[in-house]
Design a protein around this ligand. Structure first.
Ligand code: ZN
Length: 300
């Protein structure tokens, strides 16, 4: 599958830039090479290199990147785009604000790449994320859209639809639909092998976002997650159905007056852990429990 293995591109201005703005931060996968895998049409998935999966659209009119990975691998990404497209990266889309999706922004912005994303990404980066320093102006999206908004970009033969999804993983998460190539980049709105991480959004939003993505997909659609391998509509539907079932089980336990510990003890994810792993991270069941308890309380 992999048309491109690891890269050791020439050290140049980009690497110097990356070093100049380096700060202490370790992203998962840091130190591994960036790998490009052809997904469908003109779209590639970039894994490794520190940070979440990115996707790259390559056309004769230039390239578009979704999510910027670790700042240390900007030069690797550019080398891959150059080799595949013979042209530069013109647009960088941020699927959401978290560092594993935006760490490389400043490097790309400094090189004149137009950064696109929900307006809250701009606000959060400008203020400084997670107690960190404010990001440089070059790191900020310059084409933004509000809640419920979005835009379409036309590059080569591709129509790229970028639109805000219901708050799910984060408040500012978007879906990127490469309509011509029939690829959906869902980022952390979907995990083929990991339960949702609800880090600023809502559990209900995960189900809504999955419904929106399923409605846009057909049997040949390829789906790029933030973490994990390329998936299809059948897997996405199974994810959506899993969320609904887990939500129903937790709601029932909440209705019976169970505590969070009792809910976890009752294993509301039973039957699903073989695919999605241990449901033990604090941004899943505790958030589902809190959200459904609030709903039950407001319905009383
Ligand atoms: Zn995230």
């Amino acid at each position: 599958m992999s048309r491109h293995g690891s890269y050791s591109p020439a050290v140049g201005v980009v690497l110097a830039l990356a070093a100049a703005c380096a700060h202490a931060q370790t992203l998962s996968g840091a130190g591994t090479p960036v790998e490009a895998q052809h997904v469908a049409g003109d779209v590639y998935m970039l894994s490794g290199g520190g940070g979440a999966n990115s996707s790259l659209l390559v056309t004769s009119s230039g390239a578009l990147l979704v999510d910027s990975k670790s700042q240390e691998v900007t030069d690797e990404i550019i080398a891959i785009a150059d080799e595949l497209a013979g042209g530069g990266i013109r647009f960088l889309v941020n699927g959401h604000v978290h560092p594993d999706h935006t760490d490389g922004n400043e490097n790309f912005g400094t090189l004149g790449v137009t950064i696109v994303g929900h307006e809250e990404i701009r606000q959060v980066l400008a203020a400084g994320q997670r107690g960190g320093p404010p990001s440089a102006d070059e790191a900020l999206p310059v084409l933004t859209f509000p809640d419920g908004g979005g835009l379409s970009l036309h590059l080569g033969d591709e129509r790229v639809s970028i639109f805000h999804a219901p708050p799910a993983h984060s408040n500012d998460n978007s879906i990127v639909h490469y309509e011509t190539s029939n690829v959906l980049h869902l980022g952390d709105l979907y995990g083929p092998s990991r339960y949702p991480v609800i880090a600023g959004g809502t559990f209900a939003g995960f189900i809504e976002a999955a419904d929106i993505a399923v409605a846009r997909a057909d049997a040949s659609t390829r789906i790029i997650p933030g973490v994990g391998g390329v998936a299809d509509r059948r897997q996405l539907q199974a994810y959506r159905d899993m969320l609904v079932t887990v939500g129903q089980r937790v709601a029932e336990l909440v209705g019976d007056g169970k505590t969070l510990d009792e809910v976890i003890e009752a294993r509301p994810t039973r039957g699903f852990d073989e695919i999605w792993g241990a449901p033990d991270h604090r941004l899943f069941l505790p958030v589902v429990y809190a959200e459904l308890s609030d709903q039950a309380a407001s319905a009383d």
